[in-house]
Design a protein around this ligand. Structure first.
Ligand SMILES: Cc1ncc(COP(=O)(O)O)c(C=O)c1O
Length: 455
């Protein structure tokens, strides 16, 4: 039986309809930005495999660190025990994170990092006996993961509709920037002339004044899954200012934006006001192993540091602080903090800006935006910009047929590559996008019935 047949018999893939989806591509190996298929093709991974890969696939330095760790201490229960890779990683993260974070709590992925952050914030007020501080505020369009807490603070959408009755209430603020080109008489290059921003700030102020808001959770500067929507540090600073004025815990979900994605090590660095809690995953291990981190400030820890055992944070996972994952993360940090990696990040950011300038006025471009190593392009179609815009089927297949993995979010095509991508490889990704823009065929072709999934 072929690998594909065996897969079909036994595996349920994530974000993939069980009917009508294209078959998964069997891979045999991956190196740098290239994925190698069983049938001899190579595919350029221009989205860093769900935004996780920083240094290229199968990086020998990370592989060696993981192998060495596997021969030394592969795993141990993290309650009552500790180990060097976890301690070293925590120390290093606390040094580079923006703001005076004081402790790191480990978990398994981005969703669990968010769950931990929410639970920490909720229990903070509980431990202080301030039980009226219960409301959570989030941004419209947010995506924070697929576990129940993370779904609750995410945009209510068809993805979580079956669970709607089980999600807790959250106050959602309108996204504080307008990217509709012709809304409010604005132009493509003046997206923030919309009165929406002022309304969002006013609403947040009114909610904050009730004294009931426990926490504000946000993806700083770039909302990934909602279509790489971007908003400015100035606006985020105004939101954080309101939160901090009213003693609201600020939770930055940097699961996607962390580790250089936005051009700086963390997106929160662009703001004057810093979060109290920060969530990390994806690039944390360079994309090699599953690991989540929730870091918090001394202020958050204080109400947990008590004689009363009932004030303990009763949370943990079997694989908390897995030594192999921590070793991968330490190795990834070594690579990330090298000057050559930081200059690759700058080079990618500049290349994105140049490409943006080149295609900005193309008739099929509804909007185009960049932030650091993230480039996003809204394709003009008859439908509005949305994940369920039917253009995605055609776009996904179009790019894959040309040997480039780009996984559009509806009609939003984005490039978010591993940092090791060369200038030439980056131009290959831009070239297929430009070819698509110039092709006469419609991207809103709805005859393909295969869904590429959420992100
Ligand atoms: C901002 C953000 N938070 C949380 C998550 C969830 O991370 P994971 O898929 O590792 O659970 C994601 C995943 O895309 C994300 O983009």
């Amino acid at each position: 039986m072929s690998l594909l047949e065996r897969d079909k018999k036994s595996i349920w893939h994530p974000f993939t309809p069980l009917k009508g989806s294209p078959e998964p591509l069997p891979l045999v190996r991956a190196e740098g930005v290239w994925l190698y298929t069983e049938d001899g093709r190579r595919i350029l991974d221009a989205i860093a495999s769900w935004w996780v890969n920083l240094h290229g696939h199968s990086h020998p330095y990370i592989a060696e660190a993981v192998a060495k760790q596997a021969r030394t201490l592969e795993h141990v229960i993290f309650a009552g025990f500790t180990h060097e890779p976890a301690v070293r990683l925590a120390e290093r993260l606390l040094q580079i994170l923006p703001n005076g974070f004081s402790k790191v709590f480990y978990s398994d992925n981005g969703s669990t990092a968010v769950e931990v952050a929410l639970k920490m914030a909720m229990q903070y007020w509980y431990n202080l006996g301030l039980k009226h501080k219960k409301k959570i505020v989030a941004l419209d369009g947010a995506y924070h993961g697929d576990t129940f807490g993370a779904m609750s603070v995410g945009e209510r959408s068809p993805f979580n509709a079956p669970f709607d009755d089980y999600l807790f209430d959250v106050e959602f603020l309108d996204f504080p920037a307008c990217y509709q080109p012709f809304c409010c008489g604005g132009k493509k290059d003046k997206p923030q002339r919309c009165g929406q921003v002022a309304a969002t700030l006013q609403r947040f102020e009114a909610l904050a004044q009730t004294g009931e808001v426990a926490a504000f959770i946000y993806e700083p500067l770039v909302q990934g899954a909602s279509g790489m929507r971007m908003y400015s540090p100035e606006i985020l600073d105004q939101l954080l200012h309101i939160a901090q004025k009213h003693d609201i815990i600020c939770i930055a979900d940097e699961v996607m934006t962390g580790f250089g994605r936005t051009g700086r090590l963390f997106a929160s660095e662009y703001c004057l006001h810093k979060p109290d809690i920060i969530c990390l995953s994806k690039g944390l291990t360079g994309g090699t192993m599953a690991l989540g981190v929730t870091a918090c400030t001394e202020r958050i820890i204080e109400p947990f540091r008590q004689e009363d055992i009932m004030k303990t944070f009763f949370h943990g996972h079997s694989f908390t602080a897995n030594p192999l994952a921590c070793a991968a993360a330490n190795a990834s940090l070594d690579l990330l903090l090298r000057p050559e990696c930081m200059s690759r990040i700058s080079a990618i950011a500049q290349a994105h800006l140049d490409f943006e300038a080149r295609i900005r006025d193309h008739r099929r471009v509804r909007d185009v935006r960049c932030m650091g190593t993230i480039f996003a392009l809204e394709i003009e179609t008859e439908q509005q910009t949305h994940y369920f815009n039917e253009a995605r089927h055609h776009l996904y297949n179009y790019f894959l047929d040309k040997g480039v993995l780009l996984r559009p979010l509806g009609n939003v095509v984005y490039v978010l590559p591993p940092y090791v991508i060369t200038g030439e490889e980056l131009q290959m990704a831009y070239a297929v996008i430009e070819e698509m823009l110039n092709e006469p065929a419609k991207t809103s072709d709805t005859t393909h019935n295969n869904a590429p999934g959420q992100q």
